[in-house]
Ligand binder design. Structure first.
Ligand code: SF4
Length: 178
């Protein structure tokens, strides 16, 4: 599957927008890490894919740069307040399931980055001190990687601020080994 076909598949699967960029163009901002520590999402320290268990910002950056190219996929939702987890959580879950289905259909080796932290189990096996149940399917979110999402969206020609009452979510699939 070439990149054009990958983008077309993403749009056919239901994403509002999709584009491919070089991972070298991504901006990583270590100063974002304290936002995870504020734990608004409730996953800090209780999920293998979230800080601090996912690794340092530098380790996360290196994980991304193992791959040369990244598919960026966007969905849009009727959500008034993007800070309201009761509204955003179901939408992020749906966005992440859509991303996983796209990846499974594309069949390319690579790295998924979600719109929210891994939600495959409730609770994460970390809470029981057991190993991750699905290490091949678990994923960290953009925030855990400290990716500057607004910059990424602009480089892909996508709106980050979609106007009142509309919230956009982004995920990424890094592929093509460096
Ligand atoms: S797959 Fe399950 S155990 Fe592994 S990180 Fe995700 S929620 Fe935790």
């Amino acid at each position: 599957m070439n990149e054009r076909e990958l983008i077309e598949l993403a749009l056919a699967e239901g994403f509002a927008n999709a584009a491919v960029m070089d991972t070298a163009e991504l901006v990583f901002v270590p100063d974002f890490r304290p936002l995870c520590e504020e734990n608004l999402c409730g996953k800090y320290g209780v999920n293998y894919c979230c800080p601090p268990d996912c690794g340092t910002v530098e380790e996360m950056r290196r994980r991304v740069l193992r791959w040369r190219r990244a598919l960026v996929a966007q969905t849009m939702w009727d959500i008034e307040n993007p800070m309201d987890e009761t509204q955003t959580k179901p939408a992020k879950g749906a966005h992440n399931r859509l991303t996983r289905r796209l990846i499974d259909r594309a069949g390319l080796p690579g790295l998924m980055i979600g719109a929210g932290g891994c939600d495959l189990c409730g609770p994460c096996a970390l809470a029981e001190g057991r190993p991750c149940r699905f290490p091949d399917r678990s994923f960290s979110c953009m925030s855990a990687y400290c990716i500057f999402v607004r910059d990424m969206a602009e480089k892909c020609g996508m709106e980050y601020d979609c106007g009142p009452g509309v919230t956009a979510f982004f995920s990424m699939y890094c592929f093509a080994e460096a």
